[in-house]
Write a protein that binds this ligand. Structure first.
Ligand code: ADP
Ligand code: ASP
Ligand code: MG
Length: 438
């Protein structure tokens, strides 16, 4: 029998009522054998995620402040869940261990990981599945980087004989047993790693929306669901702010073509979004697949007469960024100008040095930095075949009275990037959505 790896996000496990919905989903299909869980998320708007409470608790302890009230709040979140589920589980010993850790030499990643750890303990007990700790097979190097290949073998060895398991997402450990986490939202990655290592038929990712939507539902009211999307498109959209799925979660399953199905825990009857390696042309309907946008970018614009004939110009500019550990996002250029889009957070600590070193290295006529930029990505595999998509997206933005600061079209013709001022990000997304959702 083929089987599924299923991951439930924090919003799907925020309280006992939500966990019961997740239980019904797991029990309704015997192929749902491996369950990856997040820490409890927000129960209502304005609530705090358990992971955020854990970070706050760590910070208090690390700075020598009182951490007990925050720890008590975390404890009460789990007590409420255990009680609501009627689970037979005493978390006293677990919280004693956490308290002892906080009193000795607290570690940030270890503390953050306890959210998923405790969630998995409780849910495994409630479902009657085996609890298997991710620290035993999600393998990090001691510098915090993740080791894909060792992990792949370790997951297979640890889980292939386990009939039904609940596994905490988000973290793993190095060979010394030190816990490391992925970046925020990283339980999506754990699910994908398990799906690949165990050769699941599908990786189901259960969340609080009915799939990947054409635009962020917090920006566009009631956006359409994307029924079918390729890994590449998902990665583009996730990277550019469609946070429904961690941008790195596609890599493990992509290696062996396992589809991802994003589903809604509150509406299990909805088919959600299927994320697949490729889509046959005839099944392609939409003109674009989706729109996403992110703020926090700066551009470095350089002008110099005859730039185009100066061999090595671009390399010398980029080597300055490389020396400061800055990776660039986009680089639209003209004959005598080039703009480099970078993340403002990366640029800030070394802004002046970068400016001076570029001036010294390539002696530009003009160089200037612009901050508070947002990048909007219009993504769609169908753009290669259809004419006029870029023109329509740009016209929609311009007609909404928004000044376009930069345009970049990826060479694969999978996306068009439009740079606007941060304050126009949402308006630009709405204008493009209105044009293509007509
Ligand atoms: P989980 O707790 O299940 O991991 P997340 O909060 O990480 O869920 O992701 C789901 C959220 O992603 C949605 O509630 C929605 O607000 C947000 N989101 C942003 N862009 C999109 C998009 N294009 N499609 C769907 N959801 C999106
Ligand atoms: N709990 C972690 C976070 O909030 C990981 C996750 O939910 O995927 O980022
Ligand atoms: Mg998430």
């Amino acid at each position: 029998m083929d089987f599924k790896v299923v991951k439930f996000g924090g919003s799907s496990l925020a309280n006992a009522e939500m966990i019961k919905k997740a239980e019904a989903i797991v029990r309704s299909d015997p192929r749902r054998k491996y369950v990856v869980v997040s820490a409890p998320g927000k129960r209502f708007s304005g609530d705090t995620k358990v992971t955020d409470l854990l970070y706050a608790c760590y910070e208090a302890a690390a700075e020598g402040r009182e951490f007990e009230p925050i720890l008590a709040e975390i404890r009460s979140r789990y007590d409420e869940i255990v009680e609501g589920l009627g689970a037979k589980l005493d978390l006293d010993a677990e919280f004693q261990t956490i308290r002892a850790h906080l009193r000795s030499k607290p570690q940030r990643d270890y503390m953050a990981s306890r959210g998923e750890y405790l969630s998995a303990r409780v849910i495994a007990c409630y479902l009657g599945f085996e609890f298997v700790d991710a620290a035993d097979f999600i393998c990090f190097n001691s510098d915090g980087t993740f080791d894909w290949e060792i992990t792949n073998r370790a997951v297979f060895a640890a889980l292939r004989r386990v009939k039904r398991a609940v596994v905490p997402g988000f973290y793993g450990a190095d060979e010394w047993g030190t816990v490391h986490t992925f970046s925020r939202g990283g339980s999506d990655i754990t699910g994908s790693i398990l799906a690949r290592a165990l050769s699941a038929a599908v990786y189901e990712n259960w969340t609080d929306v009915s799939g990947m939507l054409m635009a962020d539902p917090r920006v566009v009211a009631d956006p359409r669901t994307i029924a079918l999307i390729t890994y590449k498109e998902l990665r583009e959209l996730a990277y550019m702010g469609a946070t429904v799925m961690h941008e790195d979660a596609v890599f493990p399953v992509r290696k062996c073509g396992i589809p991802i199905n994003i589903r809604n825990t509150n509406r299990p009857e909805d088919p959600g979004t299927m994320i697949v390696p490729a889509v046959e042309e005839e099944k392609d309907q939409g003109e674009i697949t989706g729109i996403a946008g992110r703020s926090g970018f700066s551009t470095i614009t350089i002008e110099k007469a005859m730039m185009n004939s100066e061999i090595g110009f671009g390399r010398r500019v980029l080597s300055v960024l490389e020396e400061h550990g800055i990776s660039y996002e986009y680089m639209p250029s003209g004959v005598d100008t080039m703009s480099i889009v970078v993340s403002t957070i990366d640029l800030d600590p070394c802004r002046n040095q970068v400016m001076n070193e570029i001036c010294h290295t390539v002696q530009p006529d003009v160089i200037y930095f612009e901050d508070n930029m947002a990048m909007i990505a219009v993504v769609g595999r169908g753009m290669v075949r259809r004419k006029g998509i870029a023109a329509r997206a740009l016209t929609a933005v311009a007609e909404a009275g928004i000044n376009i600061r930069m345009i970049d079209q990826g060479s694969s013709e999978l996306n068009i990037i439009i740079g606007v001022e941060e304050k126009e990000r949402e308006n630009a997304i709405r204008a493009i959505y209105a044009e293509f959702a007509k």
